[in-house]
Design a protein around this ligand. Sequence first.
Ligand SMILES: [Zn+2]
Length: 100
Amino acid sequence: MKRRKTPQRMCVGCQEISPKRQLIRIVRSPQGELSLDLSGKKSGRGAYLCRNQECFHTAVKAKRLQKALKCEISSELLAILAGELDLLEEDKEERTIDKT
Ligand SMILES: [Zn+2]
């Protein structure tokens, strides 16, 4: 594999630029289905997000995710995507409970 300059992408949540591989991609397929693209290779229109719920919800609330994907997202679908994101987060690190 050739080494190239790391591609940078902007998170649609916090709008910070990060290396592409640190972000997750949400992709809208030509059939109009949304899914998390873990390989980064799915075809379709994509939006990049940090791996956290906060950026996801910020992006949804500000409608930046919808804008980036050029579609509306149903609340059912949002719940599914949030759930998948949750699994990724758990994968990354032990969850800390910071409720007092
Ligand atoms: Zn972010």
